[in-house]
Every structure is written in structure tokens, then in C-alpha cells.
Design a protein around this ligand. Structure first.
Ligand code: CO8
Length: 261
């Protein structure tokens, strides 16, 4: 664990290739202040550079994944300061991390908390999870990509309603709307998210990175361009040892031993 103030960073004792980043500001329901931002982004970038890490899980507490950006910290700021300091733009770098990420959400994922969860690749929710973009009730709007990522994830109808009224969604509604991949009982969230992270970390890292890159391309481009991009990556994978190993293992009816090359 590095010397962080607001997060805990550990390796899964059962699988060294899984890193777990836990938001740890219980007194503020994990509100995302500038320190949290700097620490999460620095830790995620360091883990992303580590070839020994195959998957990064991000989680909070049982009560709150994160109850949003830190309102008390933002309250006194003015426009020039928000603009000059480029307030919260560092979060974008989390979206540039190439290692697959899993968000395990229990309790509140509101405002910036919902946006942080949406910056991750796989979103697992406890049955206690609550999602929303209630910024409008504070006289602002989402500022870490929520108006864009929520709309792409669940469509205009629900995104508009959530952003304009501040209404929250429970886990069931979030799953039906396509925001989360799965709901699990709260007591099993950590174990289940770790199982997912271990599965991903067991894959060839460059292959998993390319799968992530290909899926994300769907949000950036036309279908024809996206399919061409996928085909390029697909062809490129035939230059890897792990493609040879994966297909040999299947043929020989044994588990593959990927070398991440
Ligand atoms: N910021 C700062 N402190 C918070 C926040 C927050 N977002 N959320 C909770 N806290 C604090 C509370 O102030 C309280 O502290 P204290 O004990 O010192 O009073 C403590 O955490 C516990 O919270 P509550 O007592 O309120 O707990 P409840 O169980 O009664 O309620 C809620 C839980 C419903 C989650 C409630 O705390 C709440 O509504 N929180 C705010 C949710 C919200 O509006 N989030 C959106 C924030 S704005 C945002 O995310 C914008 C992002 C984009 C900005 C981009 C700028 C460029």
C-alpha cells in the first residue's frame, strides 16, 4: 500500500495480478475531493504501467461507493479558479487507463460517484446501490462526463429525467436500463467483483487491453470504422504468443498458460 490519504491500494492475496483500489473517506461518504482525484488517478496510472497487473477493481464502502464530488470543497470557488485549475479534468485520465477496470458499487453512487463508476469498464452493483446525477439540485450539472456517459449507457429518456429532476435509480432499474452488468447481494459484492477481476486478470493482458479498446471504439466512431478497427486488432493478435498458446491449449484440452506477450 502506497502512502495515500484517501484511498487504500492492495493486491488480491489470492491473485497478485488483481489490484484493488478502495475509496476511504467514510466521514464524507467517499466524496471525491481533489486529493481523492489525484490519488485515484496516480494509483490507477501506476498500476496501469505495471505489467504484473491484469485488472484493477475500484470500490467504496458498503454505504457509499461515492456520494459525489465534494460539495463543501467546491462551494466557495469562482469561475476563473474552476477554469484555471481545470477542476476535475484529471478524472479523464482514468478513462485513458488501458488495463481493464471493474467498479464494485454498493450504496450511493451519486453525481461524481456515478461518473466514476461509469469511467470503469465493468460495473457490478450490490442490490443496495443507488445511482443518479443529482447535481441540478445544487445548481450545477454533471462535470465528470455524466451527461455524456449516462446518456450513452441508458439512452436519452432516462438520462434526461435523471439529470433534470435529480431522481435516483435503484440497482434494479439501473440493471434494466443497461447501466450495470449485474446485481449481486450486498454481502457478496466484493467476492463477486474479485471473481470477475480474477477472471479478467487471467486472460492475456494485451488481448484484454485490445478487447477493451475495441469495445470503447464503439462510442467514438461509425459502425464501419469500428468494425475495421476491430479487424485490425484481430489480425494483429495472430502475432502474439498468447494466441498460439490459447488455441493450442484448446486443441490439447488443457487450460492456457498465457505469458502476456
Ligand atoms: N460532498 C461533501 N460531503 C458530503 C457529500 C458530498 N458530495 N455527500 C455526503 N457528504 C457528507 C455529509 O455532509 C455528511 O457530513 P457531516 O456528517 O459532516 O455533516 C456525511 O457525508 C454523511 O452524509 P449525510 O449525513 O448527508 O448522510 P445521509 O445518509 O443522510 O444522506 C446522501 C446520504 C443522500 C448521499 C446525502 O449525503 C447527499 O445527498 N449527498 C450529496 C449527493 C450529491 O448531491 N452528489 C452530487 C455532488 S455534485 C457532483 O458530483 C458534481 C460533479 C461534477 C463537478 C464537476 C466540476 C467541474
Amino acid at each position: 500500500t502506497a502512502p495515500y490519504e484517501t484511498i487504500l491500494v492492495e493486491r488480491d492475496p489470492e491473485n497478485e495480478r488483481v489490484a484493488v483500489l478502495t475509496l476511504n473517506r467514510p466521514e464524507a461518504l467517499n466524496a471525491l475531493n481533489l486529493t481523492v482525484m489525484d490519488e485515484v488517478v496516480a494509483a490507477a496510472e501506476a498500476l496501469d504501467r505495471d505489467p504484473g497487473v491484469g485488472c484493477l477493481m475500484i470500490t467504496g464502502s458498503e454505504r457509499a461507493f461515492a456520494a459525489g464530488a465534494d460539495i463543501k470543497e467546491m462551494r466557495p470557488r469562482g469561475y476563473p479558479e474552476m477554469y484555471l485549475t481545470d477542476w476535475f479534468t484529471a478524472w479523464d485520465r482514468l478513462g485513458q487507463v488501458r488495463t481493464p477496470t471493474v467498479a464494485a458499487v454498493s450504496g450511493y453512487a451519486l453525481g461524481g460517484g456515478c461518473e466514476l463508476a461509469m469511467l470503469c469498464d465493468i460495473l457490478l452493483a450490490a442490490d443496495t446501490a443507488v445511482f443518479g446525477q443529482p447535481e441540478i439540485k445544487l445548481g450545477v450539472i454533471p462535470g465528470i462526463g455524466g451527461s455524456q456517459r449516462l446518456t450513452r449507457a441508458i439512452g436519452k429518456a432516462k438520462a434526461m429525467e435523471l439529470c433534470l429532476t435529480g431522481r435516483t435509480m435503484d440497482a434494479g432499474e439501473a440493471e434494466r436500463a443497461g447501466l450495470v452488468s449485474r446485481i449481486v447481494p450486498a454481502g457478496e459484492l466484493r467476492a463477486e467483483a474479485l471473481a470477475v477481476a480474477r477472471t479478467v486478470a487471467g486472460m492475456s493482458k494485451p488481448v484484454a487491453m485490445m478487447a477493451k479498446e475495441a469495445v470503447n471504439r464503439a462510442f467514438e466512431t461509425s459502425l464501419a470504422e469500428g468494425v475495421r478497427f476491430e479487424r485490425r486488432l484481430f489480425h494483429a493478435l495472430f502475432a502474439t504468443a498468447d494466441q498460439k498458446e490459447g488455441m493450442a491449449a484448446f486443441t490439447e484440452k488443457r487450460p492456457p498458460e498465457f505469458t502476456h506477450h
